[in-house]
Design a protein around this ligand. Structure first.
Ligand code: PMP
Length: 455
């Protein structure tokens, strides 16, 4: 190590020499150099060259309360001095984990009263898989192992997370999914709805679950897992008919419903949880991201009474847990994050003010010649780029148009993410109206520049 501040080129060279990045083609990256983000405040980031960027993605869908909240740093500092680490195994607990579990239970749907802590969203979904199978073992139905999930869903990057997810590129690298996980079509009407109208397609997509249950035999199916709105898959908002039909099916066949709230939880939809937005009744809800607004890594599973009472009353020891389950510093930060979300009415602000305005602005982007469809819920939005609006014909190059726009966005001082040719946004919930205006001015300018280049 050397003293003093390194410049951009030096940091990039060291990064290329020593740092392997998530979801990255390193040969491609090596040629272009990494962007070095140095600091942040509110909804803005600054890179090592002094460029200011509006963060339309809240980091990775996580910085719900915005950057630079001193209270979270203070909470971490206090907790590190008081008790930087202790586990919650072996009959122990500590105040931050207790307080956070109870605060989350208070915010969760009424029938969900317990939290199992993890270090991330992926670990939360590993926990889900083990907990669901344990539940059915305890019910005397150990053959009920199969979890049904969705093509193009995202549930993390560990072996179980990537298997539950339905990303074919991930499955191809390493023989996934593991046995006992099967996938059904996603409720992606714009891309896959064919001639059906949206409502009809939503029912069709939900009934794929019923068909799969019947095909496998109900006595072999443990659970269905899905995101309320697919995030990493491209902010895919299901038709209004979808979730009520899914609820009917899981109720009818008695299988567990797992609603992955890693993105939608903690206010993203304008409700505390996406399940509340859609009025669905999960048995398990994996959470992470907004739980600490990303200030420290933490995840968990909110466990409904049906599963919790079985595990507690009949279960004996559940051989599962992580060194960092309920980490005291992460929990203290999570608790402070929750306090801020509540006391400052941030979820209410998102629902009543920011989201309606954001959605109005997203809807206006549908006018742009490159935009085939806009969609969004709460503080989530997507613009799908097409060459021909009428026929929904795509641009050639499998995502090249999206990547072009993403790069132009950065040049215009805005961070949006591209999933194929879909541009997605998920800004901090605290974004102010004039910052929303700025976001959309930059997005419009980007689309104009892209239209020039794509012509
Ligand atoms: N579930 C969902 C819905 C996610 O969006 C993500 C992350 N984007 C995960 C799980 C995995 O979380 P993590 O990256 O914290 O492991």
């Amino acid at each position: 190590m050397t003293a003093g501040k390194r410049n951009t080129a030096q940091l990039q060279a060291l990064d290329a020499a020593h740092h392997l990045h998530p979801f990255t083609d390193h040969r491609d990256l090596g040629g272009r150099g990494t962007r070095i983000i140095e600091r942040a405040s509110g909804v803005y980031l600054w890179d090592s060259e002094g460029n200011k960027l509006l963060d339309g993605m809240a980091g990775l869908w996580c910085v719900n309360i915005g950057y630079g909240r001193r209270e979270l740093a203070d909470a971490a500092h206090r907790q590190m001095l008081e008790l930087p680490y202790y586990n919650s195994f072996f009959q122990c607990t500590h105040p931050p984990a207790v307080e956070l579990a109870s605060a989350i239970a208070e915010q969760a749907p009424a029938h969900m009263n317990r939290v199992f802590f993890t270090g991330s969203g992926s670990e939360a979904n590993d926990t889900v898989l083990r907990m669901v199978r344990r539940y059915w073992d305890l019910q005397g139905q150990p053959q009920r192992k199969t979890v049904i999930s969705r093509i193009n869903g995202y549930h993390g990057s560990t072996v179980a997370g990537a298997s539950l997810g339905g990303m074919s590129a991930m499955h191809e690298q390493g023989d996934l999914p593991i046995p006992g996980i099967v996938h059904i079509p996603q409720p992606y009407w714009y891309g896959e709805g064919g001639d059906m109208d949206e409502g009809e397609f939503g029912l069709w997509a939900a009934r794929q679950l019923e068909q799969k249950i019947l095909e496998l035999g109900v006595d072999r199916v443990a659970a269905f897992i899905a995101e309320p709105i697919q995030g990493a898959g491209g902010v895919i908002v299901p038709p209004a008919t979808y979730w009520p039909e899914i609820q009917r099916i899981v109720d009818q066949y008695g299988i567990l419903l797992v609603v992955d709230e890693v993105i939608c939880g903690f206010g993203r939809t304008g409700e505390w949880f996406g399940s509340q937005y859609y009025g669905i009744r999960p048995d398990l809800m994996p959470i992470a991201k907004g739980m600490t607004s990303g200030y420290l890594p933490m995840g968990g599973v909110i466990v409904g009474d049906r599963v919790a009472s079985c595990l507690i009353d009949q279960g004996g020891e559940f051989f599962h847990g992580y060194t960092y389950s309920g980490h005291p510093v992460a929990a203290a930060v999570g608790l402070e994050n929750l306090r801020i979300l509540r006391e400052e009415g941030i979820v209410d602000y998102a629902r009543e003010q920011a989201a309606p305005y954001l959605q109005q602005k997203i809807a206006a982007l549908a006018e742009h010649p490159l935009v085939g469809q806009v969609r969004g819920v709460g503080m989530l939005g997507a613009l799908e780029l097409v060459r021909d609006k009428r026929t929904r014909e795509r641009f050639p190059g499998k995502g090249a148009a999206g990547t072009l726009c993403r790069d132009l966005c950065i040049r215009n001082g805005l961070v949006m993410r591209a999933v194929g040719d879909t541009l997605i946004m998920s800004p901090p919930l605290v974004i102010q109206p004039q910052e929303i205006d700025e976001l959309f001015d930059k997005a419009w300018r980007t689309l104009n520049m892209a239209a020039e280049e794509l012509r």
